[in-house]
Design a protein around this ligand. Structure first.
Ligand code: ZN
Length: 290
């Protein structure tokens, strides 16, 4: 299944991308793709409902905005420096254990929403990443049990304001959390759609130029290992997001570094998880300024 959410920000309706192209409105069966939905076995119930009723479900309009494919989760946990080539371009050591940081859940937006340069920011950067969504409450999960705790996978751009992240002291959270910094989707693909999350090509372009081209095969810590590892430190709740790190090719690693400006167009994709597109906007022109 490919789950989508359709409609204006904060008013999205749940849907399914049927046969990879038709947008079905499933709001008559499920209220939203949130913690309740995942924890109550919603995924298998929805699959069963679709098997019976997909032909009756209303079609949503193609032109409507896509929201993030899940409702706002309790946590977005990011993994830093999880690709050797990205650690090298960042001039940081290969971490012996996963580096974790949190991204404010208020940064979550739809896959094609604009990204807003935060007030006072000058170093807005991109990071194509594979995001994992949690299916059920996970605490002290063993690595071999981890796949059962995964609801699916989605494309994510872990936008980063490098001056806030690296020049303002303390943790990375300041540079990762501004509004619009977590475009997720276009859809959440359930695990049977992505048989091997360690063999997906991933790419990102800025104004049509390829900046990142990598594969999840080069992740240092794999998906199961990360779910297990993170669950030793905190309880993962249904709907929580883990963003698994970015390959080389970010603006910060370029010589000289290159950052996004208002008007730039960022496009990205991961094999099997679709593509997304964000236009960069200045803070003063944004809805965030209101
Ligand atoms: Zn990242």
């Amino acid at each position: 299944m490919k789950l989508i959410r359709i409609g204006e920000p904060g008013r999205e309706k749940p849907g399914v991308l049927w046969n990879s192209q038709i947008r079905l409105d499933v709001s008559s069966f499920v209220s939203d793709f949130n913690e309740d939905f995942f924890s109550s076995g919603g995924l298998s119930q929805l699959q069963g409902w679709l098997d019976q009723h997909a032909h009756l479900a209303p079609h949503a309009s193609e032109g409507e905005r896509l929201g993030p494919p899940i409702a706002r989760p309790s946590k977005i946990i990011c993994v830093g420096l999880n690709f050797r080539d990205h650690a090298a371009e960042s001039k940081m050591a290969i971490p012996p254990e996963p580096v974790l940081f949190l991204k404010a859940t208020s940064s979550l937006v739809g896959p094609n929403d604009p990204v807003i340069i935060p007030r006072g920011a000058q170093k807005l950067d991109w990071e194509v990443e594979l995001a994992v969504v949690i299916a059920k409450k996970a605490s002290y999960v063993a690595r071999e049990e981890a796949p059962a705790f995964i609801a699916g996978f989605a494309l994510h751009n872990d936008y980063s304001e490098r001056s806030f992240q690296l020049e303002r002291g303390g943790q990375w959270v300041k540079g990762k959390s501004a509004d619009s910094f977590a475009p997720l989707g276009p859809f959440l693909a359930t695990p049977e759609e992505i048989p091997n999350p360690r063999a997906l090509t991933m790419w990102l372009k800025v104004n049509g130029q390829v900046r990142q081209k990598g594969t999840t095969a080069n992740m240092i810590f794999g998906v199961s290992e990360l779910v297990s590892y993170i669950s030793q430190f905190m309880t993962l709740l249904p709907g929580d997001v883990i963003s698994t790190g970015t390959p080389a090719g970010v603006g910060f690693g370029m010589q000289p570094p290159q950052y996004l400006q208002a008007g730039d167009i960022v496009e990205l994709g991961i094999e099997g998880l679709g593509t997304s597109r964000q236009e960069v906007r200045a803070f003063e022109n944004s809805y965030a300024a209101n």
